[in-house]
Unconditional design. Structure first.
Lengths: 221, 221
């Protein structure tokens, strides 16, 4: 297995923290990013307590991204465009994995927001054309990520992107989370479907009082 | 199990024919609808040959819909609005299950079309406010539906709708297809996510040369 240097931008949020924990637990080197380096270090410390031999630390988003091979965007959609723009220099040339879910909530439940650029992943690609954008890890629940299970092997990670080699990195990074390769779901544009699918899972969760996940059937073993 | 009188509008298309076969095979009474009653009768005959004790026949779309408890819309998105408008009288008061997938295809693969009303299911609901619209059965592959397997039990049927009783009918109708209840995915608006998700499955199929399906993990047994 290739070991990556991963920066998780938004690494103190529930999704970012959970993914960082999974990658640290399974041998990758992770730097959590936050606007506040102190908060990132505190979350890194929480992970280090759970995974004693973890290579995990905290820094500002910019410092975290600057030192990584792979930058994971695990930030809320609100403020996403400004954040990506501010990190343009650090993201250029990197594999950038967007896990961003542009969702709204009202009395009918969760729904996919209208994203002017089609999806958050495509928007990031347009804002930083030199970044190698991939969409992935939208659907895994933050609570399950942070839990004790060795792997979330009842779920699949769907991956999309236009840069085949960058997409392959995300496909490999899925192994630390679900115990198997991510599923290649096609071009970056498919992020328009992957991102708001999270609304379906949240809606199912509400009705069944569970944490649902998505599994793709019919794939080769 | 409640036995329903089901009209499948667009019943000679691959998706409609496959669903009709599943319902006829598992004890429902099915009338296939088509613009051409003769073609509907020919497809009904094909199903009858495979399911000797099936209650299956063919008629025009309007005649099929007029006599049914449940009307399934298994038509292409192209022409959908005109067809639904033309059947307004027959759909009024009925449980109407939309399986319509508004998809486009170009060199980047399949993609969800921009639907002015949000989704095909919501558009039908707006066109015929007296119909009890449900969205369901978007993702099951036509080829698998028409195959020999007793049930497509590696897949889930996701169901959405604002009319709770109508939604329950579609949840029950899933049993004949996947051997278990459909998954309640929330309000009709969730059709905006369910319909274009089919683009993801088609994209996965292309890459893995398979017929993929969607399974929801974490549901109560």
């Amino acid at each position: 297995m290739t070991t990556y240097d991963i920066a998780v931008v938004g690494g103190t949020g529930p999704q970012g923290r959970g993914l960082a924990y999974r990658w640290a637990r399974h041998g990758h080197r992770v730097v959590l990013g936050s606007r506040d380096a102190g908060r990132a270090q505190a979350t890194a410390q929480e992970i280090a307590e759970r995974v004693p031999d973890a290579a995990v630390s905290g820094a500002t988003n910019a410092d975290a991204a600057a030192g990584a091979d792979v930058v994971v965007l695990a930030v809320p959609y609100d403020g996403h465009d400004e954040l990506v723009t501010s990190l343009a220099e650090q993201l250029a040339g990197k594999v950038v994995v967007s896990c961003v879910n542009p969702l709204g909530f009202d009395k009918r439940g969760p729904y996919g927001l209208d994203v002017p650029g089609g999806s958050a992943a495509e928007t990031a690609a347009a804002l930083v054309p030199e970044a190698r954008l991939v969409g992935a890890f939208h659907h895994v629940s933050a609570v399950t990520l942070w839990g004790e299970e060795e792997y979330l092997d009842h779920e699949d990670v769907l991956v999309c992107g236009d840069d085949v080699d960058a997409k392959q990195v995300a496909i490999e990074l899925a192994r630390a989370v679900v115990s198997r390769d991510g599923v290649d779901a096609g071009k970056l544009r498919i992020a328009r479907q992957l991102e708001p699918w999270t609304a379906v899972l949240i809606s199912v969760n509400k009705r069944y009082k569970t944490r649902s996940g998505t599994r793709i059937s019919g794939l080769p073993e």
